[in-house]
Ligand binder design. Structure first.
Ligand SMILES: C[S@@+](CC[C@H](N)C(=O)[O-])C[C@H]1O[C@@H](n2cnc3c(N)ncnc32)[C@H](O)[C@@H]1O
Length: 273
């Protein structure tokens, strides 16, 4: 039977320190401090076997978030599985930009392509007055998002299945936010790292430049925004200028391009007249 120290050392040698600690903590149901303060704690046979199994899956490339079934986003744990994109720290830039533009009074928010529900649920949690609607074309993703909402913001988010604005025909919102697929169809990154395991339809819309979803959302935004309402979109590292042109062509004003923590232009914002 192995101790925490031995098990951790073996896992670290295979998959590196950070991933090893996350997996061992998850199996034992403890935090990182426990690993440091209980090195001679003996694992049960089941724990031992489970750690070996998770390390083997990680070695095959499975993302850690899928192995432990969760990822932290904006200070909250979101359940994730292979039906949803793993929420990225970059997307917190979109959340911050949205919070800055949300009216302090009661307001309506639409999150297009909600995936795990990370954006819609975070905005609902951060603003008690907001009513959030979340759309995704994937039924599997919506099941995950609903479970997250049930735990983090019960009764606060409406979920609808369909393509972009189709499920909200005739409705208007104070804020429309989206982190749509924006990777070009032939981008080699799609075949590398964690991306190999995420739903392809969450990463790319299959268009040569990856911008078809952004084009569709920008084109439909004015018909679904209240006067003065904002559209905020996450986009790829090299898509800021195209986003600006699309926002202007769609008659959205006060265009702003917002950098992520690495200083890369990552979020486009524009306002309905
Ligand atoms: C990049 S993921 C974003 C997930 C989540 N909002 C986040 O930021 O972590 C894009 C999401 O858009 C959804 N999607 C793709 N095409 C769609 C469409 N035509 N209509 C609605 N949702 C779509 C995918 O299923 C996926 O959940």
């Amino acid at each position: 039977m192995r101790t925490i120290h031995v098990s951790l050392q073996e896992a670290e040698d295979s998959i590196g320190k950070v991933d090893a600690r996350v997996l061992v903590c998850d199996v034992l149901g403890v935090d990182r401090a426990f690993l440091a303060t209980h090195p001679f704690h003996i694992l049960t046979e089941t724990q031992d076997a489970r750690i070996d199994m998770l390390v083997a899956q990680r070695l095959l490339g499975q993302p850690v978030a899928y192995l432990v079934g969760k990822r932290e986003f904006y200070g909250r744990d979101f359940e994730v599985d292979g039906n949803v994109l793993i929420p990225r720290p970059d997307t917190e830039t979109l959340v911050e930009a949205a919070l800055k533009r949300m009216p302090a009074t009661a307001c309506s928010v639409l999150d297009l392509g909600t995936g795990s529900g990370a954006i819609a649920i975070t905005l609902a949690c951060e603003r008690a007055e907001a009513r959030a609607t979340a759309v995704d074309k994937s039924a599997g993703a919506l099941a995950v998002a609903r479970a997250n909402a049930e735990r983090l913001a019960p009764g606060r988010v409406e979920f609808l299945e369909g393509s972009w604005f189709a499920p909200v025909a005739g409705r208007r919102f104070d804020l429309v936010v989206a982190n749509p697929p924006y990777v070009a169809a032939k981008d080699p990154h799609l075949g590398q790292g964690d991306l190999r395991f995420e739903p392809p339809g969450a990463l790319t819309d299959g268009s040569a430049d990856g911008l078809d979803s952004i084009r569709a959302i920008v084109a439909g935004a004015r018909e679904h925004l209240n006067p003065g309402g904002w559209l905020l979109l996450e986009h790829g590292y090299d898509q800021s200028e195209t986003a600006r042109a699309l926002f202007e062509a769609a008659g959205l004003r006060e265009f702003a391009s917002i950098p992520d923590l690495a200083g890369i232009q990552r979020v486009a914002a524009g306002r309905a007249a």
